[in-house]
Design a protein around this ligand. Sequence first.
Ligand code: SF4
Length: 330
Amino acid sequence: MEPLIQLKNIRVKFPVKRGFASMIAGQEKKVVHAVNGINLEIGKSEIMALVGESGSGKTTLGKVITVLHPKDAVAGEIVFLGESLWDEKGKLKSGYHQEVCMIFQDPYQSLNPKHKIEKIVSEPLVVNKISKSKAVLRVRVIQALEDAGLVPAVDFLDRYPHELSGGQRQRVVVASALVMSPKLIVADEPVSMLDVSIRSEILKLLLKLRDEKGISCLFITHDISLAWAISDKIGVMYLGTMLEYGDTESVIQNPQNPYTRALIDIMPKMRVRKNEKRMLLKGETPNPIELPEGCVFHPRCPLAMACCKATKPPSRDVGNGHINVCHLLE
Ligand code: SF4
């Protein structure tokens, strides 16, 4: 599949703010290692899911793609449509903010309660100086609302967010992205605040946008069953590291990494390895300020060996681009 965006060895570090007492005591500045050397590629008309527990770095990576982090916190290279995102002078590729949009999990907080839907959806066009013409803005807003499944769109223009259901609000959030005619939507837990009955509607909408408009999506979720339902490709992240990566069916039907297996095993309906013992996770994700030596997952891995504590595991292609980062089967 032709790549839309490629991330090469992306690293993100944030300094931890020191309190007055620690400054006086001369304590060292600490750093959060949020993302540690991630490589990934999203194709045109492709949905990629990033899966992992909170603290895995998946939202940070989404914000790297949408350029929401300060540039000096991010290292590595991003290539969009074959060109580097930044030129030699450090200037962002022009028009990028129109091609890549982010939608967040909470449709209640994403929408200004004082504004009507027409104003909310037209705002990205106004901010990006696409048009000042009211007629042009209205045509684009109506099209975006229809593409987001709010029909007839004219019935929604004069309404306020509180007059809509949770599902309709999330469709307005999607319309606010679609109004820019993006090539990629980064959707951060877009259905986690919605009722189960409405979730499948939003998932179907993202699939429809992929199939009919060719819009790619990075779908960020802690729920591997949702990732399975919607994505073409999955990346499994833990403590800022990609532990497994590949085509969705390959990763779900033949998970290689103990962490992926554990995520699958806590989803009763997803048990694909019926004859194997469940892989149970112990403890909590460690502090990203002090990353474990060796494999970052070793303090919680039920299959950890002595080498896992000392040496970083290799990245291995187990077939057709299905990558596993683990010492097992060396
Ligand atoms: Fe577990 Fe070791 Fe593999 Fe890490 S490298 S996932 S600790 S077996």
